[in-house]
Design a protein around this ligand. Structure first.
Ligand SMILES: [Zn+2]
Length: 438
């Protein structure tokens, strides 16, 4: 952790709860506010004169007056090896994997390539205001080593894991049930809980893992109950039919994971679009998390996420980019597309709810809300500064916001992207455009 004390001055927005449940009591907005960060943590937040008065002498003052300071954004499902296949044309899920992803991921046998892409990816996240992500690497342990090494060097809070795949993929991308277990376990023992890093057991999905491999992943989850599990589920109808054919004894796709011991409060299932009622009930009962990936679901033509149905059933929900099936690193763009998906479902999604989801909501979904997701003393100092005049279109729109925070936030979603993020602080240090020279 860096020892520099710093006062970041601006309008401070922070969530204390879910606006869908407690409305305007779910957040605080300090118009003439400031945040004092020290040693990588938030030391104090409040009115600017009070915070400036208590800041230690020599503290750096970052004057972001006129801008909005919020918690760093959190991406609950993203693939760092897919940064050079993002925007690949014309395929739905299974073809997209075989034609683009599985070709690209073979390059990660080369540690130098892993390191270069990990640096690019983290720089791009910070540029977009994302300070924490739950990340898929490739089947190669070197891809995990490179990612965690780069994240540790930046002091960032990141969760990642080695993809496990033992069928229906190119030979160069397959492990075995036993090797997947052994390699994952070695990585877990090396990286779990080190600094701000944590590990996710990562069977890619039931199509590319045999029952034996899913069971091995479940054994790891039992051995290390504090670890995360991440995988994909119910994204695409052809995928679901394939899972039904591969696991004829299973009652459903989610049942395959449940039987393997892979559901639970630290399990994040990407997509969850085409769910049977029994699957919704199983996700709710196990307190598993469904990750809504709107740009990916639109880009791959997968379908429309039914947020109201899952929320009604009590399923925990996260928001995620799913780059490179997803088309933007920006959580602002992701939430804007989420809004449109929900419009097509006849559902509403107020901007406050979307900002909650990107910050405290996703922190809760990842069981990290004791450390990140809101601006409170003692929490880790991952913050972003949003500039309402970042582009001519934003500045022009904001003239009509009339100081209404909900209108402003919705304009940030609709018109914002990485350009709207003026600064990103990771553990209290400014990181926007701090591009590495890898
Ligand atoms: Zn994915």
């Amino acid at each position: 952790m860096n020892a520099t004390a710093r006062v970041i001055r601006g309008r401070v927005l922070s969530f204390t709860g879910d606006p869908a449940e407690s409305g305007s009591r779910a957040y605080s907005l300090i118009e003439n506010g400031a945040v004092l960060v020290n040693g990588g943590l938030i030391e104090a937040v409040g009115e600017a004169p009070d915070i400036l008065a208590r800041a230690p002498s020599g503290a750096v003052i970052d004057d972001q007056t006129g801008c909005l300071i919020t918690s760093g954004l959190i991406d609950a499902h993203v693939h760092y090896p897919q940064t050079q296949v993002i925007g690949s044309y014309g395929a739905q899920l299974l073809d997209w994997l075989h034609n683009y992803t599985f070709v690209e991921e073979q390059k990660f046998a080369d540690p130098a390539h892993c390191a270069r892409v990990a640096d690019f990816f983290l720089d791009e996240l910070f540029r977009s205001g994302t300070t924490t992500a739950m990340v898929y690497c490739t089947v190669h342990p070197s891809s995990v080593e490179a990612f965690f090494t780069a994240a540790e060097a930046r002091g960032a809070r990141m969760i990642a894991g080695k993809v496990m795949m033992d069928r229906d993929a190119p030979t160069a991308l397959m492990d075995t049930a036993e090797r997947g277990y052994d390699e994952s376990k070695a990585l877990i023992e090396r990286w779990r809980g080190r600094g701000r890093l944590d590990y996710a057991i990562t069977p890619r999905f039931a199509v590319t893992s045999t029952q034996a491999q899913l069971d091995a992943a479940g054994a790891l989850a039992r051995e290390f109950p504090q670890l995360y599990v991440q995988t994909h589920a119910n994204e695409n109808k052809a995928e679901i039919a394939r899972v039904a054919a591969l696991f004829p004894e299973a009652r459903s796709y989610i049942d395959v994971y449940e039987k393997a011991g892979l559901t639970g409060p630290r399990s994040v299932f990407g997509h969850c679009i085409h769910l049977q009622d029994s699957e919704v009930a199983a996700l709710a009962k196990s307190q598993s998390v469904a990750a809504f990936c709107p740009t990916s679901n639109l880009f791959l033509g997968s379908g429309l996420f039914d947020q109201a149905r899952l929320a009604r059933a009590g399923v925990r929900i996260a928001l995620a980019t799913d780059v490179g099936g997803g088309t933007s690193y920006s959580m602002l763009r992701t939430a804007a597309e989420g809004y449109k998906v929900l419009q097509l479902k006849g559902q509403s999604w107020p901007a406050l709810d979307a900002f909650y989801r990107m910050t405290l909501g996703n922190a809760r979904a990842l069981s990290l809300d004791d450390r990140i997701g809101s601006i409170e003393p003692g929490k880790e100092a991952d913050l972003i500064v949003l500039d309402p005049r970042a582009t001519p279109a934003l500045a022009h729109r904001m003239e009509r916001a009339g100081g209404n925070i909900e209108v402003e936030l919705f304009a940030f979603l609709t018109l914002g992207d990485d350009r709207a993020v003026r600064q990103t602080y990771v553990a209290g240090e400014p990181c926007k455009d701090a591009r590495s020279v890898a």
